[in-house]
Design a protein around this ligand. Structure first.
Ligand code: ZN
Length: 151
C-alpha cells in the first residue's frame, strides 16, 4: 500500500528515521521497513519493523473497518420511505445514522494523513450531509403542526 506520511522532519523524510517514533536508523541498529512515501518528493519513508510498522498497519486496518461500517450503513435506506417518521427504520432513524457517520468521519478526518483516505472521507461527508439535510427536512415537514389561519 502506498501511503503518504505528513509532518515529517528532515531525517524522517530522507528515510533515515522512523516516521512513527523518530528513531535514527543511522545510529541505532533496528530493522526497518518501508511504510510509504514522503509527499514532498515521493521518496520512500520507513518505520521500525517492531513495533511502529505494526502500529501503522493496525491503524490502517481500523480505519478501513470503520469506513466499511460507515459505507454499509447506507444500504437499504431508500425503501424505508413509508415507515413511521420516528421509527428506527424511518427517516428519523436514518437521520441519526447519517449524523453518526458524520461524527465518525470527523474523527477519522482529524487523524487521516493520506490524500486518498481524506478524499474518501470527504465524499462520505458530502453524501451523508446531503441525505441528513433531506431527512431532517422530511421529518420537519411530517411533524409540522396544523397550519395557522386554515387553508
Ligand atoms: Zn519507530
Amino acid at each position: 500500500m502506498e501511503r503518504y506520511f505528513w509532518h515529517l522532519n528532515a531525517a524522517q523524510a530522507d528515510g533515515v528515521a522512523c516516521v512513527v517514533c523518530g528513531m535514527d536508523f543511522l545510529t541505532r541498529k533496528v530493522s526497518s521497513v518501508a511504510v510509504g512515501r514522503s509527499p514532498a518528493d515521493e521518496s520512500q519513508v520507513f518505520a521500525c519493523r517492531e513495533p511502529c510498522a505494526a502500529r501503522i498497519a493496525d491503524e490502517a486496518e481500523r480505519m478501513a473497518r470503520e469506513m466499511r461500517t460507515a459505507t454499509e450503513s447506507d444500504g437499504g435506506d431508500a425503501e424505508a420511505l413509508d415507515d413511521p417518521v420516528f421509527c428506527v427504520d424511518g427517516h428519523f432513524g436514518s437521520l441519526l445514522r447519517d449524523l453518526r457517520t458524520l461524527a465518525g468521519a470527523e474523527a477519522l478526518l482529524s487523524t487521516a494523513d493520506d490524500v486518498p483516505a481524506i478524499r474518501f472521507l470527504l465524499s462520505l461527508t458530502a453524501r451523508h450531509a446531503e441525505t441528513a439535510m433531506i431527512r431532517a427536512r422530511l421529518v420537519l415537514a411530517r411533524t409540522e403542526g396544523p397550519k395557522k389561519g386554515g387553508d
